[in-house]
Design a protein around this ligand. Sequence first.
Ligand SMILES: NC(=O)c1ccc[n+]([C@@H]2O[C@H](COP(=O)([O-])OP(=O)(O)OC[C@H]3O[C@@H](n4cnc5c(N)ncnc54)[C@H](OP(=O)(O)O)[C@@H]3O)[C@@H](O)[C@H]2O)c1
Length: 266
Amino acid sequence: MITNMHRVHIATFFTPDSPPAREESSESTANALRDLYAYPRETLRPWVRVNFVSSIDGAVSVDGVSGALGTPADRLVFETLRELADVVLVGAGTVRAENYGGARVGAEGRRRRVASGMPEVPPIAVVSARAHLDPHSRLFTDTEVAPIVVTCTDADPARVRALADAGARIVTAGEGQVTGDGLIAALEDLGLRRVLCEGGPSLFGQLTADDAVDEVCLTTAPVLVGGTAGRVATSPGTRVTAMTPAHILTDTDGTVLTRWVRLPRP
Ligand SMILES: NC(=O)c1ccc[n+]([C@@H]2O[C@H](COP(=O)([O-])OP(=O)(O)OC[C@H]3O[C@@H](n4cnc5c(N)ncnc54)[C@H](OP(=O)(O)O)[C@@H]3O)[C@@H](O)[C@H]2O)c1
């Protein structure tokens, strides 16, 4: 599926037990990827990892969806990150655009998860201020575990009720908008500490502006697409957060996979 993924650089800052730097093809195996992307063992609060793919020229979608940007290496990392997560967090815009269903984990992945005390499959948690989701969509009909909907106190109660009736766990966090702190607290209350945020740009932007992002896994797909698609994070406010590279992987097709971690909070 993937050939000659090659580690260019590794910092062992947050994962001191990760394998030593060796430039061997075995590093491209799924085992090595699980080690490379291991969550930090002990953190004071949930660890928020964000995963995105973009084109070389910064587009996050082609014709409104991200599928055309996927490469074998990106898909392998995408699946690895889901296997390692307690919860897959995503904004409602992405769920609507990409028609999200529940996460899928293969037999071996399930075995590994259960062996490490996790449920077989992580739930999808959707952030939607307006609770604006279709209760008949795949999010509710094509999933093994109940989705979580994180919404606001001022969401339309009829919509919230319809999502609950469709099987969602409803979590209310804030009014008008869910803040980074509110979101993290809500997930922690549910015991969900290894957070994998799959976007989209509005949610990532909000988390960035709220200083809630601990890690970014960014794939650059080896394509230019032009067009009007936006960048990976957009928010009304800006905030500069220093990050340090944990590793950079490349695949023979030109895919570049980077992992960036936030410097420790004071
Ligand atoms: N390349 C990639 O890796 C990647 C990844 C993800 C998405 N995408 C692309 O990004 C596009 C979607 O972008 P987007 O910015 O609309 O995505 P988004 O962040 O997933 O969705 C925005 C919506 O999510 C809800 N939301 C986000 N942050 C919130 C907050 N802090 N509090 C309350 N609600 C919040 C709101 O939903 P309500 O309107 O329901 O209140 C908002 O309208 C799609 O084209 C998708 O394909 C690409």
